[in-house]
Write a protein that binds this ligand. Sequence first.
Ligand code: MN
Ligand code: MN
Length: 465
Amino acid sequence: MEDELKQKLFRNTKSGWENTTEEQRKDIEEVSKKYMDFLNKAKIEREFITNAKKLADENGYKDIMELETLKPGDKIYFVNRGKSMYLAIIGENSIENGMHIIGSHVDSPRLDLKPNPLYEDGGLAYFKTHYYGGIKKYQWTTIPLSMHGVIVKTSGEKIEINIGENENDPIFTITDLLPHLADEQMEKKLKNGVNGEDLNLLIGSIPYGDKKQSQRVKLNILNILNQKYGITEEDLTSAEIELVPAFKARTMGLDGSMIAAYGQDDKVCAYTSLHAMMELGNVKNTAVCILSDKEEIGSIGNTGMESHMFDFFISEILNKLGVNRPNLLDKVFCYSRMLSSDVDAGFDPIYASVSDKHNAGFIGNGISLNKYTGSRGKSGASDANAEYVAWVRNVLEKNNIRYQVAELGKVDIGGGGTIAYIIANKGADVIDCGVPVLSMHAPYEVTSKFDVYSAYKTYKAFWQE
Ligand code: MN
Ligand code: MN
């Protein structure tokens, strides 16, 4: 009796794995496998966009700048400087009724090379770095790192760098002090244990040629770079080279239920939304997929979400549909709905004290909705309206998609931010909606395959609405 009443009245907090059918588990595995394969090709934002464009081209999407006019059913994209991208399917309904937007980011915390990175000390050659985004610096020492990015010469020639992913490539690492000599270091606060200025990458140890010369190890490295890429030390000043963990995305756990990988914040939402969009046919409302850059350092710059590039893309759609007029862009945004698809902090039983158990996102319990982000008094949160939360819940429930509504961390402990507020400021209804992650921003992050699958189902259902 009470059991029945509980079943009817309590919210569902059971694991999503309960009651999954054989067939569903097969689908979960299939989406997870595609996701892991994609991650292994797309560790940095440029690589993600290159592969996303490839996928879009294969699925009949066209560069909007190459089209004169647009009509319902057209599939288009715009690539912004190789680092961010917007995709859209023109809906059957008038765009004046608003769009259905899903927005994630494809940049992740990492170490960037400084403009003058190369030096020699104690017979060893190093690259100096400046970390990007919020990291725990000690986590980035003594792990295998790979080098990704571009070097652009003054001629405009662009050299793509990808070293350390192939089994035959060398990898790189940042050394740390042996415990025997680390008494002083171990007394420091964890955040000061490793200085940002000491995150220097070990890259060589063989001296070049004549013994009378100085800096021969550095010279040897430059000689190797010159022979391989035709560059000099100066050319490194116009490079963007990122160091990321050389680990592969892998299935995790004896039950194979989880995924461990670098950069799941936020490539898990970026990939699942991109994958969902590739499977869409015609849609009622114009479907837009945002893959943004620079979220981890504040969404600024011309590839970040704060930039006017997104408005430009939507204006181009309005122009090419032949419907544009003064202030129409504002109207379209005001009538739009958005899922800000970014990861949530998964409840970690080992660190339970930072979360409110009753309002945390749990690994394996489905897509996590954050009505608001921000911290300490909802500061900085766009806070979705109850009417909109109800609308999103309805879409999820009628499609049988498991979801949880959560917040990130205890009230006074901290919080997070996403691109939600930026689109909310334009007038759209926005809610954060993503996959819960363990060890967020660490070199190896953990997600549940069930949640990855739920994200894909959620994004597809939202666009089909
Ligand atoms: Mn994120
Ligand atoms: Mn993040």
